[in-house]
Design a protein around this ligand. Structure first.
Ligand SMILES: [Zn+2]
Length: 192
């Protein structure tokens, strides 16, 4: 993995926005009000170097923001790709689609593109998502709890839907009313 990390850092040197940054130099995450967050993202037809690079950029941006998920529109690319890491490594989902869901659960949610706000969002408790991986093969990801919530949140992003569209009891994230589950590691920041 060290080689991969070095490759990422080197490939970014020439175009770095922040030349003094360490490996990473993640790009800014688009914020509420940016039209790209409201666009319907386009399907990815071919997995090429540009698609693989987009996955790396998204992963870097997600980790830099201490998030558990990120959708391509959040870094300005209206394409159907999501990265997720709820603690067991990153998964890239290309053209993901929800194929089934069960139950309902209400929990506190935030978003890396809606800084400073959280809300209570009702979602399915468990979901099954089909997607294409970076290897071009289709796979199924089943999740419950935080993974299910993150998947639904990120799939919404691909259709221009933000958690504030679905949330109740929207409030400042630092009002002491309780930390969102998704932000357990870094309560001051959004999550997805
Ligand atoms: Zn989000």
């Amino acid at each position: 993995m060290a080689e991969v990390e070095n490759g990422r850092a080197n490939s970014r040197d020439s175009g770095a926005l922040h030349p003094n940054g360490a490996a990473g130099c993640p790009e800014p995450i688009r914020q509420y009000g940016d039209p790209v967050l409201r666009a319907r993202a386009r399907a990815i037809r071919k997995i090429n170097a540009g698609v693989r690079e987009l996955s790396e950029r998204m992963t870097d941006a997600m980790y830099a923001a201490n998030g558990v998920g990120l959708a391509a529109p959040q870094i300005g690319e209206a394409r159907r790709m999501v990265v997720i890491d709820v603690g067991s490594g990153v998964t890239t989902l290309i053209n993901p689609r929800l194929v089934s869901s069960e139950g309902t659960a209400v929990d506190t949610e935030g978003c890396l593109s809606v800084r400073g706000l959280v809300g209570e969002v009702r979602r399915a408790e468990s979901v099954r998502v089909r997607a294409v991986g970076l290897d071009g093969k289709e796979f199924t990801l089943e999740g419950e709890g935080l993974l299910a919530r993150a998947l639904q949140h990120e799939l919404d992003h691909l259709d221009g839907v933000l958690f504030v569209d679905r949330a109740e009891a929207i409030r400042d994230s630092d009002d002491g009313a309780g930390e969102p589950e998704e932000q357990a590691h870094h309560p001051a920041q959004g999550s997805q």
